[in-house]
Design a protein around this ligand. Sequence first.
Ligand code: GLC
Length: 638
Amino acid sequence: MYNSALQKQANALVKSYKIKDASFQERLTANLDDIHSHFRAIYGDSPLFAELINSIFQAYEDRSPALKKRDEVKAQQEENWFLSQDLVGMSLYVDRFAGKIKDLASKIPYLKKLGVNFLHLMPLFKSPEGESDGGYAVQDFREVEEKLGTIEDLRTFQQELQQKDMYLMIDIVLNHTSHHHEWAKLAKAGIKEYQDYFYMYDDRRIPDAMEESMPEIFPESSPGSFTYDEKLDKWVMSVFHHYQWDLNYTNPKVFVEMLSNVFYYANLGVDVVRIDAPAFIWKQVGTTCQNLPEAHQLLQLINMCVEVATPGMAILGEAIVAPAQIMEYFGTGRFATHECDFAYNATQMAAQWDALATGDIRVMRLAQNELLRKPKGTTWLTYTRCHDDIGLGYDDWMIEQSGYSPYDHRSYIKNYYSGGVESPATGALFAINPKTQDARLSGSLASLCGLEKAIASKNVSAIQTSINKITLMQAQSLFVGGVPMLFYGDEAAYTNDYSYLEDTGKSYDNRWMHRPIIDWKKNAAVDKKDTVENKVFTNLQKLIQLRKSLKVLADLKNIHWLEVHNNSVIGFERYLNGEKVYFLFNFSLQAQDLTYYVLGAAGDRPTSMIDLWSGKTISIGMDHEHLTFAPYQFYVLK
Ligand code: GLC
């Protein structure tokens, strides 16, 4: 809607900032009224609205000509730039991968060789040693952690990436700060204005009421959702670790300050900002304090402000929640596609681990009906492993409809990966909740796929099986739709690293077992024929090349799941402009077969197809004849 009073104010600002760019003015006009009404819905007639508008103008003003040019190039693409099959990402810790930001440039050839052109640098900003949560407890949103380098190094590296046609993602930790952040320090010093940046209570009445319905995130290492601060003699909300204080978004100052940090990252040249833990940013007694409507409204507000000032930066929402709830982060109703551009496909990720343990794909297949609701124009961050644990976050009904009992089924999966039943996997339970017996899982891709045990027992065939599993999992993530995000170390088959147990700042958190410290001598083996590293790396490299070569893999709502009538094999068709490619994956330890009917009725399908993965030509038989699969084999049929 056009709001003339608002538009007048905005026009005055356009004049005073001497803005000539018509596309900025168009974006402003298109979004202004919604920005205003979203802000108002949450903060009423707060005078801080003027500051918010000012910060949009300031962010635009601060944006370099080079970035404005890049925005334009992105905007001119026929489809959103991030939907392309050409993008392949990797998440990495700068220190554990390379050392310092400055050292990253020398690793670009390695990444390019693999085919990676999009980097997620794990949290880079100042964070107290020992109380850091891998950088997710931020002490200063604008100062780079000293051991990693400086903000100038980051700018230089971004330019280097840009020259090499690569993309950059970093995190904004929106939900909380370290209790050593300036705001927390001022709050601790008794300054009321800053105490209002957090949730603080003099007694346990509200904390008790809230905790009744709030799930615990780290029940072992940080039970409860509030921490008693002796100095303050108050209970402070700390949903994650006790040293991560939740920001109070009922306070408009918090929102405006954090928005300006988002803009700061945008103007560093970040292509995608990963909003950490967005599900948690609004709290209300009597709820789980996750996924609340106000949280969505605030995210939409961020989206619209970014769209006006720094439009080339896309937004990834890291909402690791139930399947239907994840979908809401793309925006709903009139705001569909106006919230997060990307969401983590945590449902698919968990379903992959489910299928690998059981050899049964039914949960994964049932989950797709929900996932297919993703609006066109948005995309998934598709992954098999990341720096976090694996939560079995699919719905109970998906398990029930697959013929299992949810409790027993989840117990089996957890036991399978953590040593509770005999299996090839090596992993561990993470965040066991003594009250509910809930737990999530830690472990590296390779170890969870059996490589750690296979190497220890020098079992050549088990080593090959685990390589096949690793490749199967990665293949599906690269082809199922969205931007695949690899996790560093997985490309070179790193198994679990237990050295974190010797570091008191990490030993309470077993997610560190799958966050390796890269040993470049080991990585050199990726070039040495017949090593495990080489097999895993070259398979992945080939998968990436295949992905980039197939236009059908652009994420354009062009996936159709097949009914294959075999509970161990899952398949989908990807199509575009008359081109069709079939992807079929056997998740079981047994050989399987499918009737050729799956590929369309006779007469409808070609007499032969090429498997783009193996390079072999497959002659397609009669409806009742069979395409056979070796254990963990997959086909890419064209
Ligand atoms: C996100 C991060 C995780 C962190 C948490 C708290 O879920 O991925 O690593 O512990 O947020 O910031």
